[in-house]
Write a protein that binds this ligand. Structure first.
Ligand SMILES: [Zn+2]
Length: 452
């Protein structure tokens, strides 16, 4: 399928956003063309300001973001957003009253700009524009600032919704065939290993106090619980280990090459799971720290392929993403929010990170995080009860299934033994049964391959 682009200055941005959306509808055979090459009656997608003569296909009217106000405060979408059938639209040409899809004899016109809308959300433009004073103590962009939060649209993957709209138009115009089967949908279940050891019993603490002798450390009980449950439900998952850390307050120090950890890693590789890297608290902001940990991680697993997630879900767009790219990180799965579950970057399909400042595809895959255990279960964040957690996950999984995307769940190995977690053990079992019944539960690497 040919896609014609008028705005040459933003060619990379436009083709990137289009690729992201086409991947959402499993459309891979696309060619980008300059608008002036358009030949009358050629059935195609055309993105620009002026409909060419004798046009056939889908015309998408370009909004105002890809121009002089790009990445400037005055370029931000105006709230409340206009909506097309309840779906928020971030950008559209200002002369139109409301977003609409208009069917003409030979073409369909979308008078709103779903390309700029998708681009803005998936590349984190609002975080780049709002650099001052809108982050929490861990330098994380606050959920209250986010447009999708303000528009109450975190429970639906808005970019997949846009892509679906485009798909319906393409099918109507006979430019693609309707999908015969529902596409495969996945669950990416992952475990950040902040701390791999069992808590010391009162007896052990007493012994250490009295004799000064350290007792031999054992693996945390969470590993056994997760291993057994995942074996029972035939789940393969990703484990992200820390390979360093320089923050005394937020990084607990352990050694990936310690025998207990090595034994754990052997066991999970045998199970068919994936060993990834949990980059430390400061690594997101300090490329030298990132390098140090990267080397220790790759040395420990004897492989150059690294993928993983930032501790505390920390990152700064686009600097942290550039660091991932510099080290050839295969995929990252940090993009989510500790404060809120859902589709924070508006998408449930893996995508490649794009540096909106330099206009470069960074060739690092992202599997965005949908739900973290603490976010939904702990009082400090959403504080749901078990029934609410199951209902929320069910609703998000329905969306993921609809679009053939990925539901990404983070459940820590340490979320079992601590007093505040004991009441959640049954919910964990229920969740695993539900996910294995509803989705293909696989490791990140294979999930990425499925979307490439
Ligand atoms: Zn962590």
């Amino acid at each position: 399928m040919k896609i014609y682009i008028e705005n040459i200055r933003f060619w990379k941005h436009i083709s990137y956003a289009m690729e992201v959306m086409c991947r959402c509808i499993h459309l891979h055979d696309i060619d980008f063309m300059k608008a002036e090459e358009y030949l009358p009656n050629d059935c195609a997608v055309y993105y620009g300001r002026n409909i060419p003569q004798f046009f056939k296909g889908i015309f998408i009217k370009e909004g105002g973001f890809f121009g002089d106000s790009y990445l400037r405060r005055e370029g931000m979408p105006r709230l409340p957003l206009k909506r097309y059938k309840d779906i928020p639209i971030l950008f559209m040409e200002s002369s139109y009253e409301k977003p609409d899809i208009i069917e003409k004899d030979y073409y369909t016109e979308l008078n709103f700009d779903l390309i700029q809308s998708a681009f803005f959300i998936v590349t984190g433009c609002e975080e780049i524009i709002n650099r001052d004073g809108t982050f929490d103590i861990h330098s994380r962009y606050l959920i209250e600032n986010r447009i999708l939060y303000k528009e109450n649209f975190l429970n639906k993957p808005i970019i997949n919704v846009y892509a679906y709209m485009l798909q319906q138009c393409l099918i109507y115009r006979g430019m693609i065939e309707a999908e015969k089967r529902p596409p495969a949908a996945y669950a990416h279940i992952s475990h950040d290993v902040d701390w791999p050891y069992a808590r010391k019993s009162e007896l052990e603490k007493e012994l250490i106090k009295n004799t000064g002798v350290e007792v031999k450390r054992k693996a945390d009980i969470g590993f056994d619980i997760i291993f057994e449950t995942e074996l029972k439900y035939d789940i393969h998952s990703s484990w992200f280990f820390k390979s360093g850390g320089s923050n005394l307050g937020y990084d607990r120090q352990y050694d990936m090459q310690d025998c207990v950890v090595k034994q754990l890693i052997r066991r999970l590789v045998q199970k068919g799971d994936e060993v990834g890297w949990h980059y430390s608290y400061n690594a997101a902001f300090d490329p030298i720290q990132f390098r140090r940990e990267y080397h220790y991680f790759t040395e420990s697993i004897e492989s150059d392929t690294a993928y993983g997630r930032n501790h505390y879900l920390r990152y700064m767009i686009p600097e942290t993403w550039r660091t991932y790219s510099d080290f050839g990180i295969l995929y990252d799965s940090t993009l989510g929010s500790a404060q809120h579950e859902g589709f924070i970057y508006g998408i449930c399909t893996p995508f490649q990170l794009f540096d909106a400042v330099r206009g470069e595809n960074l060739n690092v895959w992202e599997i965005p995080l949908t739900v973290m255990d603490g976010t939904v279960c702990m009082k400090t964040y959403r504080g749901m009860n078990p029934k609410e957690v199951m209902e929320t996950v069910d609703q998000l999984v329905q969306e993921v299934r609809k679009y053939g995307g990925v539901f990404s769940l983070l459940w820590h190995n340490t979320s079992f033994q601590a007093a505040e977690w004991r009441e959640w053990e049954n919910t964990y079992y229920e969740l695993m049964k539900f996910l294995s019944d509803s989705l293909v539960c696989d490791v990140g690497k294979r999930i990425i391959e499925a979307y490439q």
